[in-house]
Write a protein that binds this ligand. Structure first.
Ligand code: NA7
Length: 293
């Protein structure tokens, strides 16, 4: 298929590379020039990249970035043609997604929200798990692209519901990790070895995919970004905003949002979200280390 891929960050670049590998004709664009993908053509603007594309795939930071890529100067809007499909893999507000979809549908263009989970490794190995919101038949047409980048696909309902599901997922990831980090801080303060605690967690019902994935990084104090803290913070804020719109309360997430705020103030925004542990360590006056790590 002819695909325009917009946004070559930690996730977007390997995803676009996997589309090339699968034999698709890919044109890429990134806001900051200099990032490219071997085997893809680079375009100078979203509008240029989208010209003649069957599918425009977006993966940028946040709601404002998606809006600017679509409707800003030299945005995709200038190249919209009936039958085109826009897919957004960024994690943004479901309500904004619905309004962007409405705007492009006026041009006969389809819109699918396709946020994913699986981190950088999943993007590199084409093992992402996608949450899809949009028309069933349109999603069916995207199969060759989805299977080039991911391994599991969940249809959540109409446009906007992929993003709604993603926020509900990341809410849980943030809370589970924070529980793990607080457990490590307390155990260390009380003199329990972190690696011993991890082994115990993994042998009991406390175990989780989040801990299984994060524990090795934490034990070797590798906080380089797989999923940057600033982006998890954005998702927490999006979930709280969606909860406010829906008039529900998420008290645990509100507290964790404050932790992310302070971790950001301490300069950890570009580290992995696992770095909220560094703030807990500061408060506890300890450093989490596994003797057998
Ligand atoms: P990264 O690695 O932070 O990459 C973000 C990308 O978004 C990168 O290509 C940025 O371009 C681009 N960006 C940011 N702001 C804008 C604006 N205003 N206009 C156009 N492009 C922009 O994030 P990930 O790849 O890890 O994640 C991407 C999304 O997936 C995000 O929503 C996650 O929550 C899930 P730059 O290179 O900085 O010019």
């Amino acid at each position: 298929m002819r695909v325009a891929y917009l946004g070559l960050g930690i996730m977007g670049r390997p995803m676009a590379a996997n589309l090339v590998k699968a034999g698709h004709q890919v044109t890429v664009w990134n806001r900051t020039p200099g990032k490219d993908v071997e085997g893809a053509t680079s375009a100078p603007s979203p509008a240029e990249a989208a010209r003649g594309a069957e599918v425009v795939w977006i993966c940028v930071s946040d709601t404002a970035a998606v809006e600017s890529v679509l409707f800003g100067p030299e945005g995709v809007e200038a190249s919209l043609t009936p039958g085109m499909i826009i897919v957004d893999s960024s994690t943004i507000a479901p309500s904004a997604t619905r309004s962007f979809a409405e705007r492009v549908r006026a041009h006969g263009v389809e819109y699918v929200d396709a946020p994913m989970t699986g981190s950088k490794v999943g993007a590199e190995n084409a093992t992402l798990i996608f949450m899809l919101g949009g028309d069933e038949a349109v999603i069916e047409n995207l199969q060759p692209l989805l299977t080039a980048m991911g391994k599991k696909f969940f249809r959540m309902g109409e446009t906007g519901k992929g993003h709604a599901a993603k926020l509900a997922m990341n809410l849980q990831i943030a809370l589970i990790y924070e529980g793990f980090a607080e457990g490590l801080a307390l155990a260390t303060k009380l003199g329990v070895d972190a690696a011993a605690l991890v082994a115990l967690v993994e042998a009991t019902m406390v175990r989780s995919g989040v801990v299984e994935y994060k524990a090795p990084f934490v034990l070797r104090r590798d906080f380089s970004p797989n999923f940057p803290l600033r982006l998890m913070h954005k998702d927490i804020r999006l979930a709280l905003a969606a909860a406010k719109e829906a008039r529900i309360k998420l008290p645990a997430l509100e507290t964790v949002e404050e932790v992310y705020e302070m971790a950001t103030e301490d300069g950890h925004g570009n580290l992995d979200y696992a770095a909220t542990l560094i703030l807990l360590e500061k408060w506890a006056g300890v450093e989490v280390k596994g003797a057998s790590a």
